[in-house]
Write a protein that binds this ligand. Structure first.
Ligand SMILES: N[C@@H](CCC(=O)N[C@@H](CS)C(=O)NCC(=O)O)C(=O)O
Length: 226
C-alpha cells in the first residue's frame, strides 16, 4: 500500500455500485484507506456533513476534505495518485471518449437496469432497451479497447471505464438470477462478457465487489422477484 502520510476515508454502502467504483479505484492504486460502511436508513453525521447536497455514498474524505459523486471521486483518485498506471488515457480525445461512455453508463445502462428492476409489467420492453444499450457499449469496447493487449477498455490493464463498469460484473448476474433479467448474450456482446470475466478475476475487484449470493439476497429483499 502507498503513502502512509495521507488520511483517506471512504464512506460506503456495500451493495452500492457507486461505492464499489470508488473502493476499486483505491484498491487498484494501492491507497491505504479506512472503509466506513454507512447505514442508509439512519444516515450518520459524517455522511450528512460531508455530502450535505446529496446525502449519498460514496464520499471520499482526503485529509479532512470531502469529495462526493463516484465519477468525480475516481477522477480525483487518478489525479492525486497517478501511480504507475493512470486510469484515464494520456490522449485528450481518448479521455473524452472515456468521459462520454461513462456518461452513457450512468444515463443508459444504469437507468435501464433500474427501470427493469422497478417495472411491474414484467419488464420485457425495458429489458430489450438494456440489451440495445449493452450492444452500443460493446461497439465502444471494440473501438477503444485493444483486444490483442487484453480484455479491458484499457487493454491489459484496468482503465477509467473499466472501473466505471466493474460493479456491473456482479450487478447484472444478480438481477438476472433474482429478477429474470435477460442480459445480452455472449454471442451478442463477446467483448463485454470477456471484460466482466476479467473483472471477476482481478485481485482488486475480488475485494471491492460483493459476493454474488450476498448481493442476490439484498436484491431479493429490496426489489423481490418478478
Ligand atoms: N451519482 C451518485 C449516486 C450515488 C448514489 O445513488 N448512492 C446511493 C447508494 S447506491 C445512496 O447513497 N442513496 C442514499 C439515498 O438516496 O438516500 C454517484 O455516482 O456517487
Amino acid at each position: 500500500m502507498a503513502s502512509h502520510d495521507q488520511d483517506v476515508t471512504l464512506l460506503t454502502f456495500w451493495p452500492s455500485p457507486f461505492s464499489i467504483r470508488a473502493k476499486l479505484a483505491l484498491l487498484f492504486k494501492g491507497i491505504d484507506h479506512e472503509d466506513l460502511p454507512q447505514d442508509m436508513d439512519n444516515k450518520s453525521n459524517i455522511l450528512l456533513e460531508s455530502n450535505p447536497v446529496h446525502k449519498k455514498v460514496p464520499v471520499l474524505i482526503h485529509n479532512g476534505k470531502p469529495i462526493a459523486e463516484s465519477v468525480i471521486i475516481v477522477h480525483y483518485i487518478d489525479e492525486v495518485w497517478p501511480g504507475k498506471s493512470p486510469l484515464l488515457p494520456q490522449d485528450a480525445f481518448l479521455r473524452a471518449q472515456h468521459r462520454f461512455w461513462t456518461d452513457f453508463i450512468e444515463k443508459k445502462i444504469f437507468d435501464s437496469l433500474v427501470r427493469f428492476m422497478r417495472s411491474n409489467d414484467g419488464g420485457a420492453a425495458v429489458n430489450e432497451e438494456f440489451i440495445q444499450n449493452c450492444l452500443l457499449l460493446e461497439g465502444a469496447l471494440a473501438e477503444l479497447g485493444d483486444e490483442e493487449e487484453g480484455p479491458f477498455f484499457g487493454g491489459g490493464s484496468m482503465s477509467f471505464l473499466d472501473v466505471m463498469l466493474a460493479p456491473y460484473a456482479v450487478l447484472i448476474p444478480g438481477v438476472e438470477q433474482v429478477m429474470g433479467l435477460k442480459p445480452a448474450s455472449r454471442e451478442q456482446c463477446p467483448r463485454l462478457h470477456k471484460l466482466f470475466g476479467a473483472v471477476a478475476e482481478h485481485p482488486s475487484a475480488k475485494v471491492a465487489l460483493p459476493p454474488i449470493d450476498k448481493l442476490k439476497e439484498y436484491i431479493q429483499a429490496r426489489y423481490g422477484s418478478k
